[in-house]
Design a protein around this ligand. Structure first.
Ligand code: A2P
Length: 332
């Protein structure tokens, strides 16, 4: 496949390059696009130096576009790219459009069948959440879900990571910490504000988790509320999750279901201090799930904790997994 990465110099774009290489995706030609600022830069793929091109306003000469340059670029250009290529879009521009599949391969690979050349990659928090929620939902039927997130700087892209690192250095040097990407200084802080506030008091990031969970799982009756919080970690989003199920469930049964779930690693041995952590989940393809225990609030309820690499399962890995499904023959 001839592949183009739009936003190749960004935090997700660079991970896409690594994931394509690691999973030996059959790339026959790779083209890298970013803003005019990065044109001429060199990035490496399979030991080969590739030059970053400025994004043209025309269709791209590739079979597959992996787009990760933000919502406004996708909104403007994805319909143009889609004339000639299949587009896997990491932004939120098309996620809620009825004709656009929103896919986590472990959950709803079947939704791909209806694509019309634009496929949406979900919000990172949602992709990581449904990895654990969906297998449990299949087994015990989730009815109500409460999520609190601990989201890393990488969710705001390369500039978010840079702002956290710079700010931390300045903080430790006793200097004033500046902020531009985040609503407040992030070092040694937590910020309960990701994306814009909506009329109902939730942020758009929090609403995305509800909208996208319902669309991916294909069950609009699941109720969900989220509090999305930015924390000063570099990559990996963690989530504390409470779920009320229709059917009775024990922590041991839940662990059993999750041990069999693809892409999930159960890390749940508190006596040995083993539970999901941003540090252990960094760079890992699997989403870690642990601290699984019976809810003290809901009958048939569980509490658990998740840590998943936001740049991988939350973005680049999921996009490449979708691309891998496109290589498979369509079942008739
Ligand atoms: P550049 O590095 O040249 O700014 P991140 O999410 O890490 O902030 O990355 C965003 C990606 O989107 C980067 O690769 C960035 O390129 C790219 N990008 C931003 N604006 C444009 C644009 N107008 N045209 C093409 N690519 C863009």
């Amino acid at each position: 496949m001839r592949v183009g990465i739009v936003g190749a110099t960004g935090a997700v774009g660079q991970e896409i390059l690594k994931v394509l290489e690691k999973r030996q995706f059959p790339v026959t030609e790779l083209r890298l696009y970013a803003s005019a600022r990065s044109a001429g830069k060199t990035l490496w793929f399979r030991g080969q130096a590739l030059t970053v091109e400025p994004l043209p306003e025309t269709p791209l000469p590739v079979d597959l576009v992996l787009a990760s340059a933000g919502g406004s670029i996708s909104k403007q250009y994805a319909p143009i790219w889609a004339r000639q290529s299949v587009v896997i879009d990491n932004s939120s521009a098309f996620r809620y459009e009825p004709g656009v599949p929103l896919v986590v391969p472990e959950v709803n690979a079947h939704a791909l069948k209806q694509h019309q050349n634009i496929i949406a990659n979900p919000n990172c928090t949602t992709a990581i959440l449904v990895m654990a929620l969906y297998p449990l939902h299949k087994a015990f039927r989730a009815r109500r879900v409460i999520v609190s997130t601990y989201q890393s700087a990488s969710g705001a892209g390369a500039s978010g990571i840079e702002e956290l690192l710079q700010g931390t250095r300045r903080f430790l040097a006793g200097e004033a910490v500046e902020h531009r990407v985040f609503a407040h200084p992030l070092p040694f802080n937590v910020i309960p504000h990701i994306d814009a506030f909506q009329e109902n008091g939730y942020t758009r990031e929090e609403m995305k988790v509800l909208w996208e969970t319902q669309k991916i799982i294909g069950d609009p009756s699941i109720r969900l509320s989220c509090t999305a919080v930015r924390v000063p970690t570099l990559r990996v989003h963690a989530e504390a999750v409470t779920v009320e199920f229709e059917r009775p469930v024990s922590p041991e049964e839940a662990r059993e279901v999750l041990r069999r779930a693809p892409g999930v690693e159960v890390v749940d041995d508190p006596a040995e201090k083993r539970y999901p952590l941003p540090i252990s989940a960094s760079g890992k393809f699997e989403v870690e799930v642990g601290r699984i225990r019976r809810s003290l609030v809901f009958d048939n309820g569980l509490d658990f904790f998740i840590a998943g690499d936001q740049l991988l399962k939350g973005a680049a890995l999921n996009a490449v997994q979708i691309a891998e499904l496109l290589l498979e023959p369509v079942p008739r």
